[in-house]
Design a protein. Structure first.
Length: 416
């Protein structure tokens, strides 16, 4: 059977429509600006188009032309307004497969468009239930990794479930969605303070941070600095500002909860206790890896791969940090996971994000940044958050260095 050439098998408008639809999906599933632009350019070239993309986190400008026609005769510009993307590894893999089939001539562009649009169907109740459980498991697992007492772990898990429920409700209500991060901080602070005041002492701030772990913008901070170093200044600046805004909203909600508790006369009992043995930490690591596979919406067949990547990144960071220092551990983990993701993409012809994203998710500096801002607000002193701010900066620099040198060692395959 002779494969068709997608560059000649479809009309000029059809090819443009396919590339635009592809770009919208990649942006919606959390692809960074430099990777998205590279993917668009390579697909457009294979389809016989010249494309100059300009991408930012909430929109794109795509300028097309047909190299077979006179300059200026076929110029077409599409402006696409989009929301902030969410990581969805299943749909990212499907988009990648559709693009590969169209470029190879195994699928006509019209069929490819229909396949892309079919991915826009809303999540089923089963999918939403799994996401809800993922929130709770991730929060409880992170508390376990921190060796917190059982009450702290249970409290973090309960708060995670409540935040997951809030996230599901906010998806259907845009006005609620704008304030969802502040509401999540409010819920986390209120539940933690109530338990610490009426039940038993807690590692208060640590429980709050563990319960909010899924909402922390550590990945956004990392992607922002990565984009800035790739000379995507507008996109990087916008993403960085968005990440800082998320941290501020989470802090605002938490601060309101603490202030209301003080006004009501509640006095939370705070303790610093990490009593758990090693087996609890290992179980927590397994649960955390599974939770992030669920939250990243990985394909079921790739759950073992995603879980292995998440656990490997954490373990490399931990043991590398014990040997060479914490920043070196983060660098080694990011370097290894980035190189492994790119190697997997080239070997299996699938998105390297299946390894890269879960591999660095537990390394990102969001929790340290939030701890610093909460400490600053509680103490009303800039000095209180300086140590946490420096720790977050060191983590971010080490993570970025790992990403850069990992990509240098093994380059990405068509940027995905």
């Amino acid at each position: 059977m002779t494969s068709r050439d997608p560059a000649t098998d479809a009309s000029y408008p059809e090819r443009i429509t396919f590339v635009v639809e592809l770009a919208e999906h990649l942006n919606a599933y959390g692809t960074t600006a430099q990777r998205l632009e590279g993917a668009i350019e390579s697909v457009a070239k294979r389809l016989g188009l010249e494309c100059e993309p300009w991408v930012n986190p909430t929109g794109m400008i795509l300028a097309f032309s047909d190299p077979a026609r006179a300059p200026g005769e076929s110029d077409t510009t599409r402006v696409v307004r989009s929301g902030l993307g969410n990581t969805d590894l299943y749909k990212l893999c499907e988009v990648d497969r559709i693009a590969e089939d169209v470029m190879a001539g195994r699928m006509q562009i019209g069929d490819g468009l229909r396949a892309l649009r079919a991915l826009q169907r809303p999540a089923s109740w089963r999918g939403k239930t799994m996401q809800l459980l993922g929130f709770g498991m991730a929060s409880a697992a992170v508390a376990g990794l921190l060796r917190l007492p059982w009450l702290d772990i249970a409290t973090a898990g309960l708060i995670g479930l409540l935040i997951g429920l809030l996230d599901i409700v906010a998806q259907r209500r845009p006005r609620l969605s704008e304030a969802s991060d502040a509401l999540a901080g409010l819920v986390a602070g209120a539940v933690a303070v109530t338990v610490a005041s009426l039940v038993a002492p807690l590692n208060l701030n640590t429980v709050i941070i563990a319960s909010l772990i899924v909402l922390l913008p550590g990945m956004a901070l990392t992607n922002a600095v990565n984009e800035l170093t790739s000379a995507h200044l507008v996109s990087g600046t916008a993403r960085f500002a968005g990440a800082l805004t998320t941290i501020l909203k989470l802090t605002i909600g938490t601060a309101i909860a603490l202030s209301v508790a003080e006004w009501l006369g509640l006095e939370p009992a705070v303790r610093a206790l990490r009593p758990q043995p090693d087996w609890v930490m290992w179980c927590a690591l397994l649960v955390a890896a599974f939770a992030f596979a669920v939250l990243f919406r990985a394909p079921r067949r790739d759950y073992p791969l995603v879980m292995a990547a998440a656990a490997s990144g954490y373990l490399i960071s931990r043991y590398g940090g014990e040997t060479f220092g914490a920043p070196a551990g983060v660098f080694l983990a990011a370097f290894a996971m980035t190189a492994a993701g790119n190697a997997y993409a080239r070997w299996m012809n699938r998105p390297g994000a299946l390894i890269r994203l879960p591999g660095i998710i537990m390394l990102v500096p969001g929790s340290v940044a939030l701890r610093g801002v909460i400490s600053l607000v509680q103490a009303q002193s800039i000095d209180a958050g300086q140590d946490a701010a420096m720790a977050a900066l060191n983590t971010l620099m080490a993570l970025l260095a790992g990403l850069l040198f990992g990509n240098l060692l093994i380059s990405a395959r068509r940027n995905l």
